[in-house]
Design a protein around this ligand. Structure first.
Ligand code: AMP
Ligand code: MG
Length: 401
């Protein structure tokens, strides 16, 4: 039998096969979290003029060097006003953000001066050097410089840069339309009466939460019985209306696990079935006839959440053209023994350790059905196949919930 792919191999297969989301133009105020599809270049030099960085007075350093300590206040240069020239031998009162008046080359902060009638008397101990308290034109970037590259996620700093480039809109990858579809005859919605042999439908809420916390908002949900006819009918509709399907349950080897076969019959090409990992080994991934990404997550609650974080999230990022980042490293805060010869996803709680810094404390569950142990954990770490004992301080990738 062919060896199953490792988690890293499975992730890269998924990244390679997910379709690229279309590009659309959106207004600046709606771009938080979006992924840029085109380069953004500087509209002007930044700062665009020699910018005063302290409230005070602007003078010519030459006058100071010649021994002048008392300056007539010839006027005021406020932020947003066109530049006024400095009369010879005088000073101009200046405000933070104003243009440095032509003829001056230095700003003395207000704390260093005493105003006596129309004159500013400067503390002789003041540091007066050319371009002191001035942010000079073009220091940060030049007109036309590349500020943001395609594939950049727009967080707070990037949004400020985008606005500074004078762009009211930007071209970004469209948000994916995601369907979360849980399957299983045993599952009962919270709020509905339940029998002893039935189970609460909980996965969809965890999966939706993990996606919502990452900014994905276009999410619809459905629940389907283990009936191949109904599965086929509804999955066909979901494929028509979504870019991404996230299915939970029905991908294992049981007689009622109809999901892989039904998807194949609907023209979804299987790319991956099963990964050398625990939990979440039965993971299924395929690509639909119109390029839809279809993830079949195992139904066990720990497995489905781990697989969402480990595979669906990177897949969504790749679909938006987001450049992959290396995983976040963390040190083990307690030794841990892995028995199976499979990659092991271990829930952890982060803690701070006086010598190791941030560490991951193992919080193993009692199997992949035990999601009650997960609250309070921060995510999971990825341990290479056992049997092996990993010591305190061993550095491993962390995946946050
Ligand atoms: P399956 O992958 O369909 O074989 O399901 C494996 C286990 O996960 C079974 O015990 C299911 O009852 C449980 N399960 C499946 N889907 C969900 C769900 N949406 N919420 C909670 N438990 C689930
Ligand atoms: Mg099932």
């Amino acid at each position: 039998m062919q060896a199953l792919p490792s988690p890293a191999e499975a992730e890269s297969l998924i990244r390679r096969h997910v379709p690229r989301l279309p590009i659309e133009s959106r207004p600046l105020a709606s771009l938080a979290g979006a992924v840029l599809a085109r380069s953004v270049r500087a509209e002007r030099d930044q700062p665009p003029f020699d910018r005063v960085t302290m409230d005070g007075i602007a003078i010519a350093c030459e006058a100071w060097r010649a021994g002048q300590r008392r300056f007539r206040v010839a006027g005021t240069q406020a932020a947003g006003q066109p530049p006024q020239s400095l009369p010879s031998g005088a000073c101009l009162e200046v405000m933070t953000g104003a243009v440095l008046p032509p003829g001056s080359d230095c700003v003395i902060p207000v704390e260093r001066i005493t105003l006596v009638e129309d004159f500013a008397e400067v503390d002789p101990a003041a540091a007066v050097e050319p371009f002191e308290n001035v942010h000079t034109r073009g220091l940060d970037c030049r007109e036309g410089d590349l500020l943001l590259a395609p594939g950049t996620r727009l967080g707070a700093p990037e949004l400020a840069v985008l606005a500074s480039a004078g762009l009211p809109r930007a071209e970004v990858h469209a948000e994916p339309r995601i369907a979360i579809v849980s399957t299983g005859d045993e599952l009962i919605e919270p709020g509905e009466p339940i029998e002893a042999w039935q189970v609460r439908r909980s996965n969809a809420y965890a999966l939706r939460g993990a996606l919502a916390l990452r900014g994905y908002a276009q999410i619809t949900e459905d629940h389907l019985p283990d009936d191949p006819r109904i599965l086929a009918e509804r999955l066909r509709q979901h494929l028509e209306n979504h870019d991404v399907l996230v299915l939970s349950g029905g991908v294992s080897m049981g007689r009622f696990d109809h999901v892989p076969r039904t998807l194949r019959e609907l023209g979804v090409t299987e790319v991956l079935h099963r990964v050398a990992q625990r939990p979440g080994k039965p993971l299924w991934f395929g690509v639909g006839p119109a390029g839809q990404a279809v993830f079949g997550l195992p139904g066990n609650p720990v497995s489905s959440l781990v697989c969402l974080v480990r595979y669906v999230v990177p897949g969504l990022q790749a679909a938006a053209g987001l450049v992959a980042r290396p995983p976040e490293p963390v040190a083990l805060g307690a030794a841990f023994r892995v028995k199976p010869s499979l990659w092991y996803f271990l829930p952890v709680q982060l803690d701070s350790n006086p010598t190791l810094g941030t560490v991951a404390l193992p919080r193993p569950t009692r199997g992949s059905g035990d999601f009650v142990s997960l609250p309070g954990t921060d995510g999971f770490i990825e341990l290479p196949p056992g049997p092996a004992e990993y010591p305190v301080g061993h550095v491993v990738p962390l995946h946050r919930w």
